[in-house]
Every structure is written in structure tokens, then in C-alpha cells.
Design a protein around this ligand. Structure first.
Ligand SMILES: C[S@@+](CC[C@H](N)C(=O)[O-])C[C@H]1O[C@@H](n2cnc3c(N)ncnc32)[C@H](O)[C@@H]1O
Length: 271
């Protein structure tokens, strides 16, 4: 049996659950984005780096049986989870390809859209990814990205030095694994080089209190990634406890606010 193809965030059960929460938190903004871009019944959407398929399933329900979602994902665990979710919902319009975006040919298709969220940060050659997308996206189709543009916007007020140290470990480990946290920054140039023109670009950034649902998104990331950092020997238990204590203090302070990492939404058309 082929081994699981892991990546820097991991593909274990906790990460699968975290991606689910992350999708639910972002869902209103994502649905709004898809609607503005024109995703509707009958459309064909390529989901690039689909994870366990939370977005792919929403897309499949939106495009309906006359449309189609083609989901590309490297992790076998995530592919299996996506297959299970599709079966549970009797979805027959999702085609799943277990492949590595960096060294496989992408399946050709009559796509109207490509959706790519939090993947550009993790591939080790962003230019190759855009080149491959350019190779399969038909003229007039749209590619939609939600990717980090400035990860260091993620901070607390009052400041939490331990969260900032944690954030620096995140940035460093993503870079060490061959990725680039601020993945969106290169997109305008790369899209231009590969025959796309940007139709819209907008920032998504939030200022949250502990009672906001979205607060759970970075907080669950901290919890799962602390474990990951311990596992790879980057930090020790004491460091993790200090981060947790800092978070707890922010949660108790009614005046504390968290600013989220900047996400850029970029919609580009293939010329
Ligand atoms: C942060 S997750 C985002 C998943 C999904 N797009 C979402 O928004 O929920 C990044 C995903 O990219 C996948 N990935 C990273 N590098 C990849 C590669 N080279 N080929 C295929 N998938 C890759 C990972 O396995 C993971 O599922």
C-alpha cells in the first residue's frame, strides 16, 4: 500500500477536523465570493488542493447534477475522507484525483472555474502550479484564490509575545518545508506571466473578540500546530503551555482583540 503523503500541517484526524471548522467559519465569505464570481447550477469547477473536500462538497451541491466538481488532492487520508462524505451525501458529481500538483499532469476538462484555497502557501514551486493551471483552464474561465497575503497581520491587542513567537515558528516551518506563507504576493505577477488577467482582488481581514465564532479558527490552529511543533522537536511542552496561558488570558479579557492573518481573494480570467 502506498504511504500517506503528508505535508507541513499534517493530514491526521485532528487536522481533518480543524479544516472542517475552518471551512464553517469561512463559509459565509466563501459562498459570497463564489456567488460574485458566478458559480451556479451546471458549472464545472476544479478544486485545487481540495483537502478533505469541505469546499468541494459545497461546490458540488451548488453546481448540482448538471455540473461537476473535479477535486485534486495528494493526501490519501483526505481523499478517503472526501469519498466518504460524498457517499454519505449521495453526491455523484464529484470526481476525485489523488495526485501531487507538483509532479502530476492535471486532468484536462471543460472547467468554468478553478478554486484554490490555502494551497499556494504549501507547494514548493508556485510558478509551476500557475503554469499547470494555465495548461488546463479554458479561455474565458476564472481562477479564484483565497491565500495569505501578509501572515504577520495575525496578532493580538494587547500584544501576546508568545503568540508572536508561535507565529514566527509557523512562518519558519512553512518556509523550511518549501512553501511560502504569503503565497498570494506572487500571484499577480505569476498570473500575468501565464496568460491570466486579474478581474478582482480584495482583502479579507477580521478583528475579533473571544465570543466571535471566527475566533475559534486561529485558536484551533494554535492547538493542533503546537502539537505538530512539539512532534518535530521545534518547541517543548513549556513553550506550548506559555502560548496556551497567553491565549487563556486574552479569552478572559473582554477588551482583547485578535486581528487575523490577511487573506487575499484574487479572481483572474484566462485570456
Ligand atoms: C491548508 S490545506 C487546504 C485544503 C482546502 N483547500 C481547504 O481550503 O480546506 C492544504 C491542502 O493542500 C494539499 N497539498 C499541499 N501540497 C500539495 C501538492 N503538492 N499536491 C496536492 N495537494 C497538495 C494538502 O494535502 C492539503 O490538503
Amino acid at each position: 500500500m502506498e504511504a500517506e503523503r503528508d505535508y507541513v500541517l499534517g493530514t491526521h484526524e485532528e487536522e481533518l477536523a480543524r479544516l472542517g471548522l475552518q471551512h464553517r467559519v469561512w463559509r459565509p465569505f466563501v459562498l459570497d465570493c463564489w456567488q460574485r464570481a458566478g458559480i451556479t447550477i451546471g458549472k464545472r469547477v476544479l478544486d485545487v488542493g481540495a483537502g478533505p473536500g469541505y469546499a468541494a462538497i459545497d461546490l458540488a451541491e451548488i453546481v448540482g447534477s448538471s455540473g461537476e466538481v473535479v477535486a485534486l488532492e495528494r493526501s490519501r487520508n483526505f481523499v478517503r475522507a472526501m469519498e466518504t462524505m460524498c457517499r454519505a451525501r449521495s453526491l455523484t458529481n464529484v470526481r476525485i484525483h489523488e495526485l501531487d500538483l507538483m509532479n502530476s499532469e492535471l486532468p484536462k476538462g471543460d472547467y468554468d472555474f478553478a478554486w484554490c484555497r490555502w494551497v499556494v502557501s504549501f507547494v514548493n514551486d508556485q510558478s509551476l502550479l500557475i503554469e499547470k493551471l494555465a495548461g488546463v483552464m479554458p479561455k474565458g474561465s476564472l481562477v479564484i484564490f483565497h491565500e495569505y497575503g501578509h501572515y504577520e497581520t495575525w496578532r493580538f491587542f494587547p500584544r501576546l509575545p508568545m503568540q508572536e513567537r508561535f507565529r514566527e515558528h509557523v512562518i519558519a516551518t512553512w518556509r523550511e518545508s518549501g512553501g511560502e506563507p504569503d503565497g498570494a504576493l506572487q500571484l499577480p505577477a505569476l498570473l500575468g506571466q501565464h496568460g491570466f488577467v486579474i478581474r478582482s482582488a480584495r482583502p479579507h481581514i477580521f478583528c475579533l473578540g473571544a465570543s466571535d465564532y471566527m475566533w475559534q479558527w486561529p485558536v484551533t490552529f494554535i492547538e493542533t500546530y503546537l502539537e505538530r511543533l512539539i512532534e518535530i522537536g521545534r518547541i517543548d511542552q513549556k513553550f506550548a503551555e506559555q502560548v496556551r496561558a497567553a491565549l487563556k488570558s486574552a479569552k478572559k479579557n473582554p477588551n482583547a482583540r485578535m486581528v487575523t492573518p490577511l487573506v487575499l481573494e484574487i479572481v483572474a480570467e484566462k485570456l
